[in-house]
Design a protein around this ligand. Structure first.
Ligand code: ADP
Ligand code: ASP
Ligand code: MG
Length: 422
C-alpha cells in the first residue's frame, strides 16, 4: 500500500463530465489498495474570470479581498469532486485550505506555504476516506484566506505530498508528460521519460508552464517523487502505478537510469517579458547601480542585461528585460530617476519573446551556444539579448518569430521525434 497525492489541473476539472472521469481515475487508484489525497484546480478559465471580476470591481484591488474571490474556483471543484466520488460509492470529503489548515506567509496573491497540519488528513485517509483538497489556497497568520500565485495548485500538491510523506505526487494534466518542448507548438516534440529536478526547475522558470516553478523547487528540497501524466485517458485504463508519464528524478537516479544523456533536454519560450533600452547612459562606475537599485527596491525582477559597446563621449546604451506586468511601473521609476542616472531616452518593446535551451549535458560540452546562434542566424532571426546559466542559454527575439525559433532549435539539437505526436 502506498500513499499517493493526485493533482488535477483546470482542463481536467472543466465541467461535471470531466470531473466524473477524474473521480473514476481516483477511485481506481484507491481500489488498487492505496491511501489517496487529491488536489484540484478550478475549472479551466475560471480563475481568469474571477481575476477580471476583481479588476472590474476595483482596479486598485486589495490583495486580501482578491484572494477571497479567486480562491473560490477551487472551492467549487473540490466540493464537486467529493460529491462525484460519493455518488460512486467512495468515502470522500473536501478539506478547504483553512480547514487542513495550510499555513502560509508573505503577501496575499503570492503566499508561500510554511506548514501543513497533516494529522487529521492522515487519520481520515487511513480510515479509507479520500481527502479532496482545493489547490492554490492557504491560510494567513491573521486567519485570512490566501492564494499561492497563478498555477499554484501544483505547489499545493507537492506540499501536501511532503507533509503526509506520500510515496508519489502524480500531476495529472492535459498532456501525457513533459516533452522536449511545448507539444502544442512542435508536433514532433518527444516525451521525456525522466527529467532531473534541476532541468525541470530551469524549464519551468523559463516558461514551460506544465509545472509551476515553485512546485519543482519544493519537490527538489523535500525529495518528493513527482510524475506528470495525462487525465485524458480511456475509462478502462489501469491505475498509474506503472509510471506511464514523466518522472522528475535526482541526478543520481538519472545516471542510474542508463538514459542516454542529451546535450539539450528541452526548449521553452516565454512571451511575458518586455525589453527596456536606456540610451546614452554615462559610461562610468556606479551608473548601472543607479538603474537597477530602484528596480530592485520596487521588487521588479530584471532578467537579461546587456551593456552595449560604448558610444563616443563616454556614453553607452543599456538593455534589459523586466516582466511585462511590471513594465509601466519600471518605466515610471526610471523616468523619476532620469537625472540621477543621466540617460537620454527610454525605449520599450513588449513584443519580444525569450527562447531558452536547457540541459545538464551543457556542463560538460562546448558548442551549445554556437549551435543556437547559427541555427537562428540561418533563419534570419535576430538576437536582441542573451543570458546564460550553467545548464541554460536564453535569447531574446521578436515575438512574431517565437514558434519558428522553437521549431528551428528543436531540429538543430536533434530533438525531433520520428513521428509527430497524435
Ligand atoms: P493544468 O491546467 O493541468 O495545470 P497547464 O496548462 O498549467 O495545465 O500545463 C499544461 C500545458 O503545459 C500543456 O497543455 C502544454 O501546452 C504546456 N507545456 C509547455 N511546455 C511543455 C513541455 N515542455 N511539456 C509538456 N507540456 C508543456
Ligand atoms: N486556478 C489557479 C490558476 O489558474 C491555480 C492553478 O490552477 O494551479 O492559476
Ligand atoms: Mg498548471
Amino acid at each position: 500500500m502506498a500513499r499517493i497525492v493526485m493533482k488535477f489541473g483546470g482542463t481536467s476539472m472543466a465541467g461535471t463530465e470531466r470531473i466524473r472521469r477524474v473521480a473514476n481515475i481516483v477511485r481506481k487508484q484507491q481500489a488498487a489498495g492505496h491511501q489517496v489525497a487529491v488536489v484540484v484546480s478550478a475549472m479551466a478559465g475560471e480563475t481568469d474570470r474571477l481575476v477580471n471580476f476583481c479588476r472590474e470591481a476595483n482596479p486598485l484591488y486589495d490583495p486580501a479581498e482578491y484572494d477571497v474571490v479567486v480562491a473560490s474556483g477551487e472551492q467549487v471543484t473540490s466540493g464537486l469532486l467529493a460529491l462525484t466520488l460519493q455518488a460512486m460509492g467512495c468515502k470522500a470529503r473536501s478539506w478547504l485550505g483553512w480547514q487542513v489548515p495550510i499555513h502560509t506567509a508573505e503577501a496575499h496573491a503570492k503566499a508561500r506555504i510554511m506548514e501543513i497540519d497533516s494529522d487529521a488528513l492522515c487519520e481520515a485517509m487511513a480510515g479509507g476516506e479520500i481527502a479532496v483538497i482545493p489547490g492554490f489556497q492557504g491560510l494567513s497568520a491573521e486567519g485570512r484566506v490566501t492564494t499561492l500565485g497563478r498555477g499554484g495548485s501544483d505547489t499545493s500538491a507537492v506540499a501536501v505530498a511532503a507533509a503526509i510523506g506520500a510515496d508519489r505526487c502524480d500531476i495529472y494534466t492535459d498532456v501525457d508528460g513533459v516533452y522536449t518542448t511545448d507539444p502544442r507548438i512542435v508536433a514532433r516534440a518527444r516525451k521525456l521519460k525522466y527529467v532531473t529536478y534541476e532541468e525541470m526547475l530551469e524549464l519551468a522558470s523559463v516558461g514551460a508552464k506544465v509545472l509551476q516553478t515553485r512546485s519543482v523547487s519544493l519537490a527538489m528540497k523535500e525529495g518528493v517523487r513527482v510524475q506528470v501524466l495525462s487525465s485524458f485517458i480511456d475509462e478502462d485504463a489501469p491505475p498509474a502505478d506503472d509510471l506511464p508519464g514523466t518522472m522528475i528524478v535526482s541526478d543520481e537516479e538519472m545516471e542510474g537510469s542508463q538514459m542516454e544523456s542529451q546535450l539539450v533536454t528541452g526548449i521553452a519560450h516565454d512571451k511575458n517579458e518586455a525589453r527596456v533600452v536606456l540610451t546614452r547612459v554615462p559610461d562610468r562606475p556606479g551608473a548601472v547601480s543607479h538603474i537597477f537599485s530602484p528596480l530592485a527596491e520596487a521588487a521588479i525582477n530584471v532578467d537579461m542585461i546587456i551593456q552595449n559597446v560604448g558610444r563616443d563621449k563616454g556614453e553607452t546604451d543599456v538593455t534589459f528585460t523586466v516582466p511585462q506586468a511590471d513594465l509601466a511601473r519600471a518605466q515610471a521609476l526610471l523616468e523619476d530617476k532620469r537625472e540621477a542616472i543621466g540617460f537620454n531616452r527610454i525605449i520599450t518593446d513588449s513584443k519580444v519573446a525569450k527562447i531558452s535551451v536547457v540541459g545538464v549535458g551543457m556542463r560538460s560540452h562546448a558548442g551549445v551556444a554556437a549551435t543556437m546562434f547559427r541555427a537562428l542566424a540561418d533563419r534570419g532571426i535576430n538576437v536582441q539579448a542573451i543570458s546564460t546559466s550553467e545548464i541554460k542559454i536564453s535569447v531574446l527575439i521578436d515575438e512574431d518569430e517565437t514558434e519558428l525559433a522553437v521549431r528551428v532549435l528543436h531540429t538543430a539539437y536533434g530533438l525531433d521525434a520520428d513521428e509527430p505526436a497524435e
